[in-house]
Design a protein around this ligand. Structure first.
Ligand SMILES: *Cc1c(COP(=O)(O)O)cnc(C)c1O
Length: 397
């Protein structure tokens, strides 16, 4: 039996793997604290659910246009104009089954075999794999903790060659919480424009910024860079709607057209009911977003302070998203009940086994000295989990 070499080379999402292991332990009755979650712990706001229920009752349960309903495309245009100062027409917007699916459409639309895509590292686990699935070559561009893991134009330039086709930007970012400033984005926009590179700008954590910085979409920095940028965003993180599966892109019309064709054969349209809910989310009251953000901010402050108080652990202050990226390299070479810690995979496995705390090892993010802790869980859970972490570190030999 010979299966696809390309598909066989893809590794399963490590964030989902550790999550599955933790859930299995919970099912066995073990009291696990899970810092692995990549989704808000809040329920989807009531008015959004009501819109979905109304859609079902009204019989809005049939295929929609492949690219999404005109109503939702218009709501996205309204959002992009009011929040991001970006003017698009509805036919430049493609609604998909989550931002991950949008990214898949983007790389399907822009890559030819062998095209290289610059991905600042640490990166979100799925970028390199989605690029590979679309016959591209992911090129990891190392960034430094001293610059809060933000790529500079100079670092990107070092990885540039004739095959470079695009670069990925993720601000606010997963897993490090980095948020690029307008000036930093201007420098990157200049670099991209000079070399005619597409910019895939994943803005899924847009409203979750805690240090007073403003989110800037690189596409808003001028017509030239807007033409090269594909803005990727979605409802999952902002409105606690991960299970509803709605994401979208905004781009040049010709790219949107290709993505819509690809999608029409892959999945037809995104879920009709979820599209109605998404309209309610984008056009309805936004205080639910502010409330979730305030809770995340309190948890972030607590987690950063606690991690920094534990000898041997450290982290930079994440400016956005809902993760703390923790440097655990000081524990490498130490051991726990006779088992050695040689890297973040061991660290995460032992922490789960010995202290019933789940974290995601940095290996999948291209950062083997780190682990990622999510603060998308209740404050009492966070406190309890960090106490266990502290004790685990204290007992290492
Ligand atoms: C969660 C996440 C996504 C995917 O979100 P969906 O809309 O649920 O598919 C995309 N990019 C990053 C960086 C994420 O963390």
């Amino acid at each position: 039996m010979i299966l696809s070499a390309k598909a066989m080379a893809i590794s399963p999402s490590p964030t989902l793997t550790i999550d599955a292991k933790a859930k299995q332990l919970v099912a066995e009755g073990v009291d696990v604290i899970g810092f692995g979650a990549g989704e808000p712990d809040f329920d989807t706001p009531g008015h959004i659910k009501e819109a979905a229920i109304a859609a079902i009752r009204a019989g809005f349960t049939k295929y929609t246009p492949a690219q999404g309903t005109p109503e939702l495309q218009k709501a996205v245009c309204h959002k992009l104009l009011t929040d991001n100062n970006l003017s698009y027409s509805p036919d430049q917007v493609v609604i998909s089954n989550g931002a991950k699916h949008s990214l898949s459409n983007v790389f399907a639309a822009i890559l030819n075999p062998g095209d290289e895509v610059l991905i600042p590292s640490p990166y979100w686990v799925s970028y390199p794999e989605i690029v590979r699935l679309n016959d591209g070559v992911p090129v990891s561009v190392p960034t430094s903790a001293a610059n809060s893991f933000k790529a500079t134009a100079a670092e990107l330039e070092q990885a540039l060659n004739k095959k470079t086709k695009a670069l990925v930007l993720n601000s606010p970012g997963n897993p490090t919480g980095q948020v690029y400033s307008r000036e930093e984005l201007q420098a990157i926009a200049g670099f991209a424009a000079a070399h005619n590179l597409f910019v895939v700008s994943d803005e899924i954590y847009e409203p979750l910024i805690y240090n007073g910085q403003q989110h800037v979409s690189i596409a808003s920095l001028g017509e030239n860079i807007k033409d090269l940028t594909i803005v990727v965003n979605g409802l999952s993180k902002t409105y606690a709607m991960t299970g509803w599966r709605i994401g979208y892109t905004a781009s040049r019309r010709e790219i949107a057209k290709v993505m819509a064709s690809v999608q029409s054969h892959a999945t037809s349209n995104p879920n009709s009911i979820a599209q109605k809910a998404a309209v309610a989310a984008l056009l309805g009251p936004q205080d639910c977003v502010a409330e979730m953000k305030a809770a995340f901010a309190r948890r972030r402050d607590h987690m950063v302070a606690k991690v920094r108080s534990i000898p041997g652990l450290s982290c930079i202050e994440p400016a956005g998203a809902f993760y703390v990226f923790m440097d655990v390299s000081a524990t490498f070479g130490r051991s726990c009940r006779g088992q050695n810690i040689t890297g973040s995979d061991d660290f995460a496995a032992l922490l789960l086994e010995q202290a019933q705390v789940a974290v995601v090892p940095g290996t999948g993010f291209g950062a083997p000295a780190y682990v990622r802790l999510s603060y998308a869980l209740a404050m009492e859970q966070i406190e309890k989990g960090l106490e266990r972490l502290s004790r685990f570190i204290g007992e290492l030999n």
